[in-house]
Design a protein around this ligand. Structure first.
Ligand SMILES: Nc1ncnc2c1ncn2[C@@H]1O[C@H](COP(=O)(O)OP(=O)(O)O)[C@@H](O)[C@H]1O
Ligand SMILES: [Mg+2]
Length: 249
């Protein structure tokens, strides 16, 4: 469903010079799979997801999403995707319901369909109570629910979520995690990034660990265990980063 092939992205800045932030990254996400891109801060997760979502152009390499190439057919790629960015990017003066309507029109959906889909999502994410309130008056969790609902409004086959539960309390994170599991049940393919071990372990069919722009390993939990001789994801992760593993009991 998603084939990422040798993606390279270089950033230049005065302080750090020129660096490969995404350094020959390849992996495949299969249809109806929940795939986690796991890495520490600064590993290159956001940049990788932005390249796949066509918000950035790669220096070299490509990704093919549901048959469409990011370099050759970026618009087609975008039609296949719902993308949740880390910063949410909501308009503070609009309410969740207005935001859904705005994006529905942007996606070219009809008014009746926008209404139906919006109410469905407002119901699903338990947003009824605040769906009419300006988003700049909402809590982080409410904003995140709004951003996720917006991501899936046009019912795309592929969802790309950049740290969807970052900064959320446990009950809100759980709602988001449940919806990720539901996406899979509904036949969707999910690629998401996280630095939370439990979340990756709990949700993912397969995981890729990224560090300093490079993929260190890709596989199911069992494959990661077999390759590293470690049991818990935290230990596998630290091991792959070359850090000492503190083991209790
Ligand atoms: N626009 C940019 N210009 C320069 N450096 C950037 C830019 N965006 C990200 N970076 C750098 O690229 C590296 C990877 O960033 P990012 O992809 O955001 O990592 P992650 O999402 O895993 O935390 C970091 O060192 C970050 O500072
Ligand atoms: Mg990031």
């Amino acid at each position: 469903m998603i084939a990422v092939q040798n993606l390279v992205k270089t950033f230049h800045d005065k302080a750090r010079g020129s660096r490969h932030v995404v350094d020959d990254v390849s992996f495949e996400v299969r249809e109806r799979e929940i795939f986690g891109l796991l890495g520490p801060n600064g590993a290159g997760k956001t940049t990788t997801l932005r390249l796949i979502a066509t918000l950035l152009k790669p220096d070299s390499g490509t990704a093919v999403i549901n048959g469409f190439d990011i370099n050759r057919e970026p618009e087609k790629v975008r039609s296949q995707l719902g993308f949740l960015s880390g910063d949410m990017g909501l308009y503070g003066r609009l309410s969740p319901r207005e935001i859904l309507t705005f994006y529905g029109r942007l996606f070219g959906m009809g008014e009746a369909e926008i209404g139906r889909r919006s109410e469905e999502l407002i119901e699903r994410f338990a947003m009824k109570e605040f769906a009419g309130v300006r988003t700049d008056k909402l809590s982080t969790g409410m904003k995140q629910k709004t951003a996720i609902a917006r991501t899936m409004l046009h019912n795309p086959p592929v969802l790309i979520l950049d740290e969807p539960t970052s900064g959320l309390d446990v009950p809100t994170a759980r709602t988001i995690e449940e919806s990720i599991l539901e996406f899979r049940k509904a036949g969707k393919t999910v690629l998401f990034s996280t630095h939370v071990m439990e979340e990756a372990e709990y949700l993912c069919d397969r995981i890729a660990v990224i560090h300093e722009g490079k993929i260190k390993i890709t596989g199911t939990m069992d494959e990661l265990r077999a390759a590293t001789g470690r049991h818990r994801l935290r230990e596998i992760f630290l091991d792959l980063l070359g850090l000492p593993v503190l083991t209790e009991n």
